[in-house]
Write a protein that binds this ligand. Sequence first.
Ligand code: UD1
Length: 302
Amino acid sequence: MDTPTDQSILVTGGAGFIGSHLVETLVSDNDVVVLDNLSSGRREWVDDRATLTEADIQDTQAVSQAVDGVDLIFHEAANVSVEYSVDAPVESHKTNVDATIRLLEHAREEDARFIYASSAAIYGTPESVPIDEADSKKPTSPYGLEKHTADEYCRLYHELYSVETVALRYFNVYGPRQRGGQYSGVIDIFLDQARRGEDITVHGDGEQTRDFVHVDDVVAANCLAATHGTPGKAYNVGTGNSITIKDLAQLVKDTFETTSAVTRVDARDGDIEQSCPSIQKAQRELGFEPSRSLDNELESLW
Ligand code: UD1
């Protein structure tokens, strides 16, 4: 894998699900600083060789100190839940948009490359699938709009100030350490329900699709974006294959032979229907190749 070397790197959200895996990959060949408020991340997930600053991404003083002298920033800290953003749009905006612009300002001052954790949620209701990076953006939730806004700021900071920004539009990331309580990702929730023998709760008719991409592949995409990504550009990061949530529920039930029943509950406000990317641009320009498939990985998450 092409990985940055000999750099001074800030990973925001570096104690969290995606960030902590990224730090593990970066830390052997770089100086890594982690900024994380430990709201969903954990201290013990941060590799000992990295320096952890426990602070919120909105703490301007802590951010200024953490970013001092860095060459490269991976911005993973965010509210990651669509549902939370519907419940608390103002708070979610502060975290996902305001804090991101301030960090972009630091990238500009430090002349640092900036790799942004954008999201498939920016596309909202797609006109067609698979979704191409240039396709229309019609977010259906505050979260989607926030990520779209910050993704656009990345492009603008490149065009206006020549900051080397790259936005990675993650589809649905899964893997070890995905924990978020009521706002966690669906795989974590379904596995938890199956373990307890509780009903597996499918929101709506279950026909909505998602592309589940393993966190190791997302780490690889980040390293490639840092080394090969074209500044000012955005790339879809998924596997190119999606599954309905109804089928995911059945897959969990069958894989673990649980006594849980699959039940339907109310559809979620702000939920997107179709989510299936074209990953050709990332394959062509970054050399990205997803190496793991959900069918093979599910058992190891149990
Ligand atoms: C997820 C990520 C988001 C990312 C986006 C990219 C989380 C919490 N959210 O949002 O950060 O930017 O993908 O596409 O990881 N569902 C059920 N039953 C449940 C829980 C969820 O049916 O108990 C359904 C939801 O209604 C939704 C699907 O599963 O249709 C996925 O939900 P979720 O895992 O929360 O992710 P997204 O909303 O897609």
